[in-house]
Design a protein around this ligand. Structure first.
Ligand code: SF4
Length: 365
């Protein structure tokens, strides 16, 4: 187990040390132009963020490619139910503008900003506001000299990525700035593990973990799991994002599962479901499509089973707090293997919702 990293403040949250690992996602659409507090478009955005929060999102990051986006982000940051991070490339003026708003962190690489005075301006303002800066190194955008060294076989991509992060850190440390988080994201899970291990053995800045360009849902989840679980088990990583070519909600559900692999005690609702086969008399896949996000939104520890038939249904899922299974033309709702209700399949959603609510009320009373 590594020594805990230093702790930095992310709005109202603490990042690093022995604080719980925070889950991030990134907004996938351009920010609407001209957004202001009270804007009629704001409730839909805030409602989406609130839903992300119920799925376990602690922090949300937005790309800020221009001044319009920075101003719209500022409007959101003032009302968001979770801390907001601004993701900025190259343009120091955007970082300064974002720092006029209650953003929790700025992701920017000082090495990409240009003249030193521009970096000094950002660092000075971030210091005044107490806002951390996140250095983000990606394998696909290494500095040219390091990329050249990798291409010539003079160093591995892992070593180059760590060196790139250390260069960025040195720029900030020269300005006496240490309110820093770092990410080193590569495409191969083993590279991510190794690069972050090396970094954590040399520095105590908190690390944000992830695999860059990890791919669509299935491959992306597998690759992120392969990289993040070993690191988290070693105590490396203060925040994580499971980057997927898939909706933000999927990133969050995947993050929850990854954290559950590291420490089962962190799991809230756990879904047990059968893969479905020719014996199924209940479409578990369709039912899960309708229920998955709702189940992940439950904030307490609960095992829920969704099974296709009675052959293996209630028996295999007898540890489930509540479950539903097909049974010929009917469906059965059960608790710990005991059938509590027999229903027509068409009533499945309504009846399941009633029984789930009943269980939650009993638990809470
Ligand atoms: S629970 Fe029934 S339907 Fe589901 S995989 Fe097992 S045997 Fe097939």
């Amino acid at each position: 187990m590594n020594q805990p990293s230093r702790v930095i403040k992310l709005g109202p949250l603490m990042m690093g040390g022995s604080w719980p690992v925070l889950v991030q996602t990134m907004w996938k659409d351009p920010l609407p132009a001209g957004l202001v507090p009270g804007d009629e478009r704001m409730p839909a955005i805030l409602s989406r963020i609130e839903n992300l929060k119920t799925l376990g999102c602690d922090v949300i990051r937005f790309a800020v490619p221009d001044e319009e986006s920075a101003r719209s982000l500022g409007a959101i940051a003032g009302q968001s139910p979770i801390p907001v991070v601004a993701d900025i490339h190259f343009d120091w003026r955007l970082a300064l503008l974002c720092l006029d708003y209650p953003v929790a962190k700025i992701r920017i690489n000082p090495g990409n900003i240009g003249e030193r005075w521009k970096v000094e301006e950002i660092v000075g303002k971030a210091k005044d506001k107490g806002v951390p800066l996140r250095i983000g190194v990606n394998g696909g955008s290494l500095p040219l000299d390091l990329r050249d060294a990798v291409d010539k076989g003079a160093m591995t991509e892992i070593v180059a990525a760590v060196a790139a992060a250390e260069r960025e850190i040195a720029i900030l440390e020269e300005l006496d700035f240490s309110n820093i988080a770092v990410s080193i994201k590569l495409n191969e899970p083993n590279q991510v593990v190794e690069a972050n291990r090396i970094f954590a053995s040399r520095h105590d800045y908190p690390l944000h973990l992830g695999v860059t360009e990890a791919g669509p849902l299935v491959s992306g989840v597998v690759r992120n799991t392969a990289a993040l679980v070993p690191l988290l088990k070693e105590g490396i990583g203060a925040t994580l994002r499971v980057s997927l070519s898939a909706p933000m909600e999927s990133e969050l559900m995947a993050a929850r599962e990854i954290l559950g692999c590291v420490d089962a005690g962190t799991m809230r609702a756990r879904i047990v479901s059968c893969p479905r086969c020719g014996r199924a008399s209940f479409d578990t896949h369709a039912f899960l499509d309708r229920w998955e996000a709702k189940l992940y939104s439950i904030s307490e520890s609960l095992t829920v089973a969704i099974m296709g038939c009675v052959v293996n249904g209630p028996g295999e899922a007898r540890n489930a707090d509540i479950g539903i299974t097909g049974a010929g033309n009917s469906a059965l709702i059960f608790r710990h293997g005991e059938i509590v209700r027999t229903i027509q399949r068409e009533e499945a959603d309504l009846a399941f919702e009633e029984e789930l609510n009943r269980l939650l009320v009993e638990r809470r009373s």
